[in-house]
Ligand binder design. Structure first.
Ligand code: PLP
Length: 850
């Protein structure tokens, strides 16, 4: 029988005049954190709203005309609509506060933020995990603070994959194309035409068209290679996030870095600070050098000027998180671009050469092309300093210029509406007090029963959501009905109010999703105790090429289907931001068991804490700063030098001990009201300490204060007068590099090793400066109580030695030092090149010790 071809037709409604601004609301990612906007759409047609997965633009395309017409005549709806609009308008109206304008003049300063992925909302799937969500949260907070800020990224037609887990526990990845008119973006036009930029590739240019996403006050520009000027293959360059092979990857990164910089130029935007969020975007450094050279500077001078206005943030100590390209690939892919730009391949290659001369590391490029660098938690800042120490070869890692700013989350996005309504009543100005820890003491004033009832309601919603998802997933897999029922029974038990523990994030192996299963018998006994049952909920995607990550999914899947754990271990498929919001606001405990020190920061635990869940985690990343002994539970990581098996066992035992002896007993210590007071106390302690510290407004203000302000000033200083200082600095560095290997430093005479506590010792060194002058160096003495060498700061006292005399080519430096401490102390003498135009005194990485 001949089967008829089916054509799809979508009838678009006309938006009634009374509701015409719905389209504007659908085109501003303001909806991703404003519950009021989302509630409007849900009110018009709840089922459709769920069916289109909370996508406002798709919703407005598919909604029935009569639903819209009804809404436009419904007075209650119209009043809500007007209220939402007036709060939207008020949001857009508000300018930056003095804490911003003191540091960044909105008239002249502009921060440009580059990232390969952005996660704002499930309706805009151009993110894979934590990095993207963090970038989205950064933009949202920049909007809340009304910073002069613009973001640049790529538009992936298929984004990241949709995950299903088949009956064998295997991950199946499916890609779905999204047409631009179902995403919250609009084409950027210039002089009446769609804005396009092109980037030289081998044998052809690749053209990208430009889209704009609105995030309240700020704009994100996205490049998209799907345009008719390109051949079919090039059109697919931006098809998938982290898809394709390494030549796709380098091509995407050229488009992002080089093309992205060209977009800002075409729009006439002149950023004063450039923030490169992870190595993917580091090629922008080269394009900016090219632009700066066009103003008459040499490459080296241009690099100084560019770097002085640039911040590079590194996000992971895990090797797979760093792009490393073979030399040949870089030469091939970048050859034409470099040639047309007048950039020398050898010189460019050395910027990304980590240590072997044959591979090009985007992180190294990012670090060498910027003078401001940071990791994303205190622990990670230290780890990154060590890992990247070879960029500053003679500088002790603890003193190199890598600092840290701990990641935070966008509270309005991740806080459940039920909590925000409660806060509105209890402390109505909470949204503007996100950086004020004292203010958050109000949490203690919420009556326990009220606090717990909000949590319980959210937990119940989560339970219903999980049941829906599980049924869908297992119906497709052909799991029997009775099995599915058993699978959800403990979760929804109202009689017990079961303790629910969540674990959801990318299944990368260092996150050790299966650590908790190390002692299965013991775990099973704890989970299935009939009086005190526990349910573990897992979700997450593994990268399609990460086979070991996918193996973890299979292990958890198989355990979850085993009769002995049935119902006490649940695995959900297709983790995304919508599921994250559900789980993070519904669970009692959020679990994280990374292999220290590989969790650079982690943010999902922060989202959980904001919603009252308690963290049970390895002291790594943000939790190393967040845990205070009373606001959750911590697993102390064992020494990284130990055998990994042994380490895992030890940490797993701590985890199970905590569960058995602390978490479960505290949760089930119910009083007559039916909940545990001790638990509520701990949960409140968590919410009130973590919310005001680990949120993205605090984070972005830290960036403003510690980096954006200084980089803005430094960039302008170096470029003033046609780049005079940048040129001077580049020439000076060349001179120092030339001379440094012949420079020597020695003690002159002998240094006393005893002196009375109120006395002083004379310090005298002589240096052979090999053509440098005494003004080109700093000589200093570090005093510390003991020679530990593990502190980021070299000790409380350091003295600069004054030049004393010059004779036979040697320069003598001397000073008098009084003992800084009673008793024994260590003095260390060193010399490093110094110029007042340096951004960081040790940025050259050169240093000599006596
Ligand atoms: C917050 C978030 C992450 C990051 O989770 P980590 O536990 O910090 O790795 C990943 N995916 C989604 C959808 C998130 O919302």
């Amino acid at each position: 029988m001949h089967k008829a071809t089916e054509f799809r037709l979508e009838a678009h409604p006309l938006i009634p005049e009374a509701l015409e601004r719905l389209e504007e609301l659908a085109n501003d990612l303001f909806y991703s954190w404003d519950h009021g906007v989302r509630r409007l759409f849900a009110r018009i047609d709840l089922r459709l709203w769920q069916k289109v997965e909370h996508n406002p633009k798709l919703f407005l395309r598919r909604v029935a005309q009569d639903r819209l017409d009804e809404a436009s005549e419904d007075r209650a709806f119209l009043s809500e609509y007007r209220q939402v609009l007036s709060s939207y308008d008020a949001y857009l109206e508000a300018g930056p506060g003095p804490e911003v304008t003191e540091k960044l003049d909105p008239e002249t300063a502009l921060v440009a933020y580059f990232c390969a992925e952005f996660g704002f909302h499930e309706s805009f799937p151009i993110y894979s995990g934590g990095l993207g969500i963090l970038a989205g949260d950064h933009c949202k907070a920049a909007s809340d603070l009304a910073l002069p800020f613009v973001a640049v990224g790529l538009l992936y037609q298929q984004g990241y994959f949709i995950q299903s887990i088949d009956p064998l526990g295997q991950q199946v990845a499916r890609y779905q194309s999204h047409s631009s008119d179902e995403l919250p973006i609009t084409p950027v036009e210039k002089d009446g035409e769609v804005l396009k930029v092109s980037v030289p590739f081998p044998g052809r240019d690749i053209v990208a068209r430009v889209w704009e996403a609105r995030i309240g006050h700020i704009r994100l520009y996205l490049l998209d290679s799907h345009t008719e000027e390109n051949n079919a293959e090039d059109q697919e360059l931006t098809l998938q996030l982290y898809g394709g092979d390494e030549s796709t990857r380098i091509g995407q990164e050229m488009l992002l870095g080089i093309g992205g910089t060209r977009v800002l130029e075409a729009l006439g935007l002149k950023p004063t600070v450039w923030h490169i969020n992870e190595g993917h975007a580091a090629f922008q450094i080269l394009e900016r050098c090219r632009q700066t050279m066009a103003a008459g500077l040499t490459f080296d001078a241009a690099l100084e000027a560019v770097a002085g206005a640039t911040l590079f943030t590194t996000h992971t100590p895990v090797a797979a998180g760093h792009d490393i390209f073979p030399r040949d690939l870089v030469q091939h892919a970048m050859g034409r671009y470099l040639e047309e730009s007048g950039l020398d391949f050898g010189k460019i290659f050395s910027l990304g050469d980590k240590d072997d001369g044959v591979t090009f590391n985007m992180t190294s490029l990012g670090l060498r092309g910027s003078r401001f660098h940071n990791g994303v938690s205190r622990i990670h800042g230290g780890v990154a300093s060590l890992m990247e120490g070879d960029i500053w070869p003679q500088v002790p890692p603890e003193e190199n210029p890598i600092g840290y700013i701990t990641n935070g989350v966008h509270v309005p996005t991740f806080l459940a509406p039920e909590w925000s309504s409660l806060f509105d009543i209890q402390a109505s100005t909470w949204k503007s007090e996100l950086r004020n820890p004292d203010f958050w003491e109000f949490i203690d004033e919420i009556p326990d029963y009220h606090y717990w009832s909000v949590h319980k309601a959210l937990k119940q919603q989560m339970g219903e959501y999980i049941v829906r998802r599980l049924k869908r997933q297992h119906k497709r897999n052909g799991t029997g009905h009775s099995v599915t029922q058993r699978m959800t029974r403990p979760l929804v038990s109202t009689e017990k109010d079961t303790l629910v523990i969540g674990f959801a994030r990318r299944f990368a192996t260092y996150k050790r999703a299966t650590l908790i299963f190390s002692d299965l018998d013991r775990l099973q006994r704890i989970l299935t105790d009939p009086d005190r049952p526990v349910v573990l909920v897992f979700a997450g995607k593994a990268h399609p090429r990460d086979t070991p990550g996918q193996q973890l999914i299979k292990v958890i899947h198989d355990l979850s289907m085993h009769p002995s754990l049935m119902g006490h271990l649940i695995l959900l498929e297709d983790y995304d931001q919508a599921m994250a919001r559900r789980l993070l606001s519904g669970v009692d405990v959020w679990l994280n068991t990374p292999e220290y020190p590989k969790e650079a920061s982690g943010t999902s635990g922060e989202k959980a804490a904001v919603n009252g869940a308690l963290n049970l985690s390895v002291l790594d990343g943000w939790w190393g700063e967040g845990y205070n002994g009373k606001n959750g539970w911590a697993i102390t990581p064992r020494d990284t030098g130990l055998d990994p098996e042994f380490r895992n066992q030890e940490e797993a035992r701590d985890l199970i001990d905590l569960l058995e002896f602390e978490v479960v007993p505290l949760y089930y210590e119910r009083d007559s009201q039916g909940y545990s007071r001790g638990w509520v106390k701990r949960s409140k302690a968590s919410m009130k300490t973590i919310t005001p510290q680990f949120n993205s407004q605090r984070m972005v203000m830290d960036y403003v204060t510690n980096y954006y302000q200084t980089a803005s000033i430094q960039g302008a200083r170096l470029m003033a007068g046609g780049g005079r200082l940048a040129t001077e600095l580049a020439d000076w560095k060349a001179k120092v590099r030339e001379a440094w290997s012949g420079v020597e430093l020695n003690v002159a005479g002998c240094i006393e090793c005893r002196c009375p506590h109120d006395g002083a010792v004379e310090l005298r060194v002589e240096a052979l400066l090999n053509g440098l002058s005494a003004d080109d160096v700093r000589v200093e003495c570090l005093v510390s109580p003991e020679c530990t060498g593990t502190h980021k700061t070299p000790g409380p006292a350091s003295f600069f030695l004054e030049r004393e005399s010059e004779a036979d080519g040697r320069t003598v430096f001397a000073t008098q030092v009084q003992p800084s401490y009673p008793g024994l102390q260590t003095l260390r003498l060193r010399m490093y090149p110094y110029h007042e135009a340096l951004t960081h005194p040790l940025e050259m990485g050169a240093m000599l010790w006596v």
